[in-house]
Design a binder for this molecule. Sequence first.
Ligand code: SAH
Length: 452
Amino acid sequence: MEKPNLKKNQEIELNIEDLSYEGKGVAKVDDFTLFVDNALPNETVKAVITRVNKNFGFARTLEVLKESPDRVHDIDAVYAQTGIAPLSHLKYDKQLEFKRNQVVTDFDKIGLKDVVVNKTLGMESPFNYRNKAQVPVRQVNGKLTTGFYRRRSHDLVPMENFLIQDPKIDAEILRVRDILRKYNVRGYDEKNQKGQIRTIMVRRAYFTGEMMIVLVSRTPDISHYKDITKEILDNPEVKSLFLNINSKNTNVIFGQKMTLLGGKKYIDDEILGHTYRISPRSFYQVNPVQTQNLYQMAIDKAELTGKENVVDAYSGIGTIGLSLADKAKHVTGIEVIEDAVKDADQNAKLNNITNADFVVGKTEDVLDEWAKNDISVDVLMVDPPRKGLASSLIDSLKNIKPEKIVYISCNPATLARDLSLLSDTYEIGDVTPVDMFPMTNHIESVTQLKLK
Ligand code: SAH
């Protein structure tokens, strides 16, 4: 392939052929691929080239010359340019189709041609769903400002309505911003490693309305922090306020030190009728409406009768295992983060669940031990991070042979890989994508596997 003579900042007319898994328009110049922000299949756009790599490049749409009927007009294009809502320029029913197609493509690539992929289970109202915000803070024109990063950058785009977050969270971010402004607290200056507040994190429990706020600061010495604490806690919905110190030049949001400034150390929420205690560092699903649908689907696919030993692997604070405990003989959760396991134990007690326990460890290590000791598992629920299952875990499963596996996946590519490796031992049921993250390119799905 001859690399065409393309340069950064060059303007060019492009025909968009496809949508990449990241939600960018795909265009070809000769055989060279360009990924184009804010461009949809079948569109012709005038674009500016933003980067040229060896084998592919990037561009940004300046003007849509021929428009797709799938394009949305009433949402500000700025959302598609930031990481908050990169698919918001595509009609919602087409987003759902795009996600299903992505699963089909990943399955085809690996040779899993016969698996049925159902329609994506979408939301009735696909905005304002997030129960958690992590908003970057910078000093802009001399003022502490909140917003979101432009895609692939750390440039702050000031923003007040975040489109996909609980509006009460958006309002709270502005209230906290104004309190910090009032006391002349400065936003973080990443380039010079100066200034203070890097991130405001807000969680709001969907069922109880309780809010938790974490201020992430570069340095611990915030002037007037007592007044600031008092004013933030003046909102009776704010039940918990932490200060986290992160002095490193890093993309990781939290630093080591987490200090309670006021209120309690956790907030409570409910999923499928159970109460959960959430700490600042706990993993907790961000879309409460779809979480219930996802969990219910996973529980239904487990087809429990009350006699099963169930393993909830990658259990977080125990939400899946505890949601199905009344339908099983016993539940064992496996989770690598010790604090999450403590929360899970606590959550079992809080809900008077006595047939569930949680162990700290890597799923692949714990189940390797179990395989060696002939410990039986009837049903295995797995909900791994994006990288999917360790190959050693797949080997152990071929020894343990659970009757059923329910695989909850947040990455169709690793799902396809893992299912393909398990397909000699397991019958692969249909896959249902569940839209946990409307307006973004993220794809969650549930699959049932039955022992052959
Ligand atoms: N099932 C939970 C959490 C899912 S997120 C829920 O629905 O809320 C995935 C979880 O897997 C995280 O809590 C992460 O800490 C944990 N994890 C990551 N790698 C792991 C491994 N190898 N073994 C066990 N847990 C792991």
